[in-house]
Design a protein around this ligand. Structure first.
Ligand SMILES: Nc1ncnc2c1ncn2[C@@H]1O[C@H](COP(=O)(O)OP(=O)(O)OP(=O)(O)O)[C@@H](O)[C@H]1O
Ligand SMILES: [Mg+2]
Length: 1023
């Protein structure tokens, strides 16, 4: 029946040019063979040679032992056919290996998940939570590939991603994101870059993939003049004459597909040069016999490949007649036999033929396709009939059937867990609704029912804005008196969408829904609504009674899983307003109860929530070790899939935070990075928190660029989400500390006042407000010292104002539990020292002993307060905060003239900084020690600074210059300096300019600031 492939010499037998791109693909392949992850995104205009490049590369890879799997995206993908390229890959695999072998690669040896893609694999999973089913399906695809890579390297080619349906895009992102787990897989994706208009859905996908380290993007350019001529020579079998070559290059602009189309079969340049590419491509078709052309026109409506049998039915030609009609097209290299049907040699040719159909003809042909498939669904690949019919009826503008078709196809998409496609098909049903008078009877569902289906598809697809609009329409049409349950259901969905979008009014929908669901009607629904209400963020005053009612109802109903959920919520209520609870406290007892209950019922999801809550509260109470271990064992013990869908990223945060506090920074980094990789799309809030943790480590280690990068990601992520203390405040704190380290106290002051303008810290959760206040206080302390050194009135006034403002906030904040207490003690010490320096202005040293007669009687340096804070951090096991506090204590001791106390504190602090790799802190400790001529005994290898390192020496200042700088920093004039050092004012002035040059600053004030930041002249060294 089929015609064997015959080559019409229309294309080149060898690949021309492309050395560079081929080398890149081969390099990626080598890296995959060595076990690394690698993915290549190949973009280029239509016909430029992406497919050709990939297929030639595929041959090389195959001959090197790789298994090459290729799946193309179809235009039908944009029409609602989900997972097309993956279905194709899977189908090939099943053909090659048999269904049993494919099943044996999967966990549990069942293909029920994959059967959603490929009906040939048997009965698919049905029902269940669509999100979970989808996750399971993704996981199965991953497992299957993993299995294959154990046998040989695998090259997975996804062609024409510009047509990829949303489900395929998601799966692709998932696979590439998880490639680390798949050593031996190379992913190659092609797409037409000229089709990516501004809002094309592939754009954001490419951008996000681009950020992954192992993803490389390659643009396939047009051929050069020389390569174009060579291509022509390869096609013709001889070198073209110079004028032909020139004309060819001129016309084709180096696009190989055009070159092929321009060279007619007799090896001459097409005589009449067609005006457009479409005409150019049609040329080869128009030369064919009429009945062949007729078949081509029919086939062009059939999509990328059309089965022989289907084409025969639709064209009305019997087997033999069709074969006869098709033959010239195959010979002319317009059609290629593919599988048991035909494909156009190039998609652009099919498009040109299809565009050439007359309007009436267009509708007729598509209707014939739809009718043929309706009569015999076996004419299309299994599982495709519904969507194919929907597509053809829609293309035929047959509204009633298009509506019915879309409704049926939506159901099919639902079974294939393709929520986005289901949603777009349902949207089509809604769109056509008014044009079909008896629509409800035809599909046996009323308009609201369709809306309800669409709402559920929107939920599964994560299309929240659409979901709100759909739910709102449904609510408008329903009568609450007649159908309260349906109204409640839609309200709950709408509230869920609003919550996801970070909209504050979501609780109102829930409260309204509650009114429609009395306990005697549906206790389970009511419990769910009550619990959802109880989970509203603390910024909203939510009734504790909701949780209590949920608990009572769950007990009445004997539903232990729900009772456990209610207990967990109650524990959170009880732990407020400090958001912390020690291990022997009431809230933790409730959590233990809930955990036992959930464990008893095997409710894994509730167990995860229990671990999230427990680790959160313990961390709040400063029980870092326990918090980290609760989060760790929960995430290690849980089902990987459930984890990645639900609490995985939260547990990672709840583990990384305590690790950071404990000074186990490398572990904290590893946990945060792994979470970013693994939980592919942790929501923006979780992404932000993970990045705040990595940013804090980087800042602590002096990697300012890295810290900045983390901060920017976190800030971008938080832009779109609802305000919550626990997300925004940790970032605000990091921003202040970063500004202090990178740009000095004045910029940090600006960051602090910005945070205070934005967030009402005094009324915020103390757990998150305290760290911000302490960060701001450290900026004030540094600023007060700088203002004194630089004798800068303005700076002094600014910092004094900020100190007052902070004090007001701190007075409003309660300190719950030991962690918050440590912060409040640190604040008290910093505030006391800053106040002393501010009061002592303009005496830069700030030491009480030096206070001039004009200064108010200054308080003594806050040594005792710092010591108390240090003891608190020590008790919590937080080495970094302890180290910082000890440094401040040493400064205070020196200001008191107590060198021994200073030495003992610095000796404790130095090894802490060294163990953390906290270079900036280590340097500050070493500098202070040197200024005070304290020898730090760091023979144990925990040295913080190279012994030759000297702040002034490194700058290349001479001893004399150093002396001059000290006087500059004290605000002395050249004349005063001259007097003090017994030199002439002119010489003093020369020294000053040299110093400014060596410090790279423009003014005496800046020089003073720089001297300060290097702690060249801390009070100790002048004492
Ligand atoms: N470097 C090359 N050497 C020889 N022939 C080539 C080369 N590049 C492309 N061709 C030929 O040009 C034609 C178009 O190439 P191809 O189908 O690979 O384009 P494409 O970029 O995949 O286009 P589309 O975006 O439409 O899929 C094919 O017949 C192909 O064999
Ligand atoms: Mg292609």
């Amino acid at each position: 029946m089929l015609i064997p492939e015959m080559s019409g010499r229309a294309s080149s037998p060898v690949l021309v040019g492309r050395g560079e791109q081929m080398a890149a693909l081969e390099a990626a392949f080598v890296s995959v063979r060595q076990g690394g992850p690698s993915a290549v995104l190949l973009g280029g205009e239509a016909g430029v040679g992406k497919s050709r490049l990939v297929s030639d590369f595929g041959r090389t890879a195959a001959s090197a032992g790789a298994r090459v799997l290729t799946g193309g995206c179809l235009e039908l993908g944009t029409d609602g056919l989900p997972f097309a390229p993956f279905t194709a890959v899977l189908r090939d695999l099943v053909h090659e290996m048999g269904a049993d072998a494919v099943a044996s690669m999967l966990p549990g040896r069942t293909t029920r998940g994959l059967a959603r893609l490929l009906p040939e694999l048997g009965e698919p999973d049905t029902g269940g939570d669509p999100a979970e089913a989808r996750a399971r399906l993704f996981e199965e695809v991953l497992r299957a590939l993993e299995h294959l890579t154990r046998q040989s390297p695998v090259v997975l080619v996804i062609e024409d991603a510009h047509w990829a349906d949303r489900s395929s895009r998601d799966l692709l992102t998932f696979l590439i994101g998880n490639q680390r787990a798949l050593s031996g897989l190379l992913v190659v994706v092609t797409y037409r870059s000229d089709e990516l208009h501004r809002t094309h859905p592939l754009r954001p996908l490419l951008a996000s993939l681009d950020r992954i380290a192992w993803v490389e993007r390659i643009e396939v350019q047009r051929l050069t003049r020389q390569d174009t001529t060579e291509l022509a020579a390869r096609i013709l079998g001889r070198t073209p004459a110079a004028d032909l070559a020139e004309a060819l290059y001129h016309r084709s602009e180096g696009n190989p597909l055009f070159v092929e189309a321009l060279l007619c079969c007799d090896g001459e340049l097409s005589a009449e040069l067609p005006e457009s590419l479409r005409d150019l491509l049609l040329e080869s078709v128009r030369r064919l016999p009429d009945d062949t052309q007729e078949v081509l026109r029919v086939a062009s409506a059939g999509g990328e490949t059309t089965g022989h049998a289907l084409l025969s039915v639709v064209s009305g030609l019997d087997d033999a007649a069709l074969t006869r009609a098709v033959r010239p097209a195959v010979v002319a290299n317009v059609l290629h036999p593919r599988g048991d049907g035909y494909a156009f040699r190039h998609e652009l040719i099919r498009e040109a033929v299809h565009d050439d159909l007359l309007p009436g003809e267009h509708g007729r042909v598509h209707s014939r396709f739809a009718d043929a498939i309706d009569a015999d669904p076996a004419l299309v690949p299994p599982g495709r009939a519904a969507i194919e019919m929907a597509h053809h009826w829609h293309a035929a503008h047959d509204s009633p059937w298009a509506l019915i078709g879309a409704w049926r196809a939506a159901a099919q998409a639902g079974r294939a867990v393709a929520a986005a496609e289901r949603l777009s098909l349902l949207a089509r049903v809604l769109e056509l609704w008014d044009q079909v008078p008896d629509a409800a009877e035809r599909i046996e569902a009323d308009h609201v029912r369709v809306l309800e289906h669409a709402v559920s598809a929107a939920r599964d697809a994560g299309e929240y804005e659409r979901g709100i609009a759909l739910a709102t329409s449904g609510l408008r049409e329903l009568d609450p008196a007649a159908e309260p349950a349906r109204v409640a259901e839609l309200l709950v969905c709408r509230s869920h969408f609003k919550e996801k979008l970070g909209r504050k009014d979501f609780a109102m929908d829930l409260e309204e829904a509650l009114g429609y669901v009395p306990a005697d009607v549906s206790p389970t629904t009511r419990i769910d609504i009550l619990l959802a209400l109880s989970h509203c963020p603390p910024t909203m005053t939510i009734e504790r009674s909701y949780t209590e009612e949920a608990l009572a109802l769950a007990r009445q109903a004997g539903d232990e899983a729900k009772e456990a959920s209610a207990l967990l919520t109650l524990a959170m209520f009880n732990a407020d307003p400090g958001q912390q609870a020690a291990s022997d406290s009431g809230p933790l007892e409730l959590i233990t109860q809930a955990r036992d209950m959930a464990g008893h019922r095997g409710a894994e999801d509730v167990l995860l929530v229990a671990a999230v809550n427990e680790s959160h509260l313990l961390e709040g109470a400063g029980e870092h070790e326990r918090a980290a271990s609760v989060a760790r064992s929960a995430s290690e013990g849980a089902d990987a899939l459930l984890l990645s869908r639900t609490s995985g990223s939260v547990l990672a945060i709840n583990r990384a935070e305590p690790l950071f506090a404990l000074g186990r920074w490398d572990e904290a980094l590893a946990v945060a990075d792994a979470a970013m990789d693994r939980f592919l799309a942790p929501g923006p809030m979780h992404r932000a928190l993970l990045r705040v943790i990595t940013g804090s480590v980087r800042l602590g280690r002096g990697d300012l660029t890295g810290a900045r990068r983390s901060m920017t990601t976190a800030r971008d992520a938080l832009r779109s989400v609802r305000y919550e203390d626990q997300h925004q405040l940790p970032l605000a704190r990091l921003e202040i500390l970063y500004a202090l380290a990178a740009d000095g106290p004045a910029v940090a002051l600006a960051a602090a006042s910005q945070a205070m303008d934005r967030f009402e810290l005094g009324g915020s959760s103390p757990r998150y407000a305290w760290p911000v206040v302490v960060a701001a206080a450290s900026a004030v302390l540094a600023g007060a010292r700088l203002a004194g050194l630089a004798r800068d009135e303005q700076l002094h006034a600014d910092f004094a104002a900020m100190a007052d403002r902070l004090r007001t906030v701190a007075e409003k904040l309660e300190a719950f539990g030991p962690a918050q207490r440590a912060y409040s003690l640190t604040f008290a010490a910093a505030d006391a020292d800053a106040a002393r320096l501010i009061a002592a202005f303009p005496d830069g040293s700030g030491s009480g002993a030096d206070a001039g007669p004009a200064a108010a009687p200054a308080a003594p340096p806050a040594l005792a307060a710092w010591d108390e804070a240090a003891a608190a951090w020590d008790g919590l096991g937080e080495p970094y905060s302890l180290g910082e506090t000890l440094l401040h204590a040493a400064e205070a001791a020196l200001a008191l003239g107590d060198r021994d106390s200073a030495a003992s504190r610095l000796e404790r602090a130095a090894p802490l900084a060294a163990a953390l790799g906290a270079r900036p802190l280590g340097e500050q400790i070493a500098l202070l020690a040197r200024r005070a001529r304290i020898r730090l005994d760091l023979d144990d290898g925990a040295g913080v600074m190279p012994s030759s390192g000297d702040g002034a020496g490194e700058l290349g200042l001479t001893d004399r210059e150093l002396e001059v700088l000290r006087l500059v920093a004290e605000g002395r004039s050249n004349r005063e300096i001259a007097g003090a050092l017994f030199i002439s004012p002119k010489t003093a002035s020369v020294h000053v300019s040299n110093i400014l040059g060596k410090l790279g600053v423009a003014s005496r004030g800046e020089a003073a600031a720089r001297a300060h930041s290097l702690r060249l002249f801390d009070p100790a060294s002048t004492a």
